[in-house]
Design a protein. Sequence first.
Length: 118
Amino acid sequence: MDTNKILIVEDDVVFCKLLTRFLTKNNFEVLDAQAGKSALNLIENNSFGIAILDYRLPDMNGIDILKKIKSQGSTTKVVLMTRYGDEGIANKAVEEGADAFVSKPINPTELLEVIRGL
């Protein structure tokens, strides 16, 4: 598994590309998806060290993707992004095996600290 390879799943294209550029500059290989289906395709065809999943996606939610990653016996670390105030979702994510969660709006530097702490 490539621990330096990160999957970002975020339906806000501008924010997604901003995170992709930021993490690439910090020496990570980043693939991104704007919907759950395309994320699942990437997961099937790649090995990721970390997956950063938005909870709210157009076709499914981040916990659905988290369950898929964990059901494959993957050692991928999962960070779930939720809107500020979604503590119930964060608790459910941890129950399903998420390694960390961050609240939006996200400061990329803080996200980098979370990633390095995994």
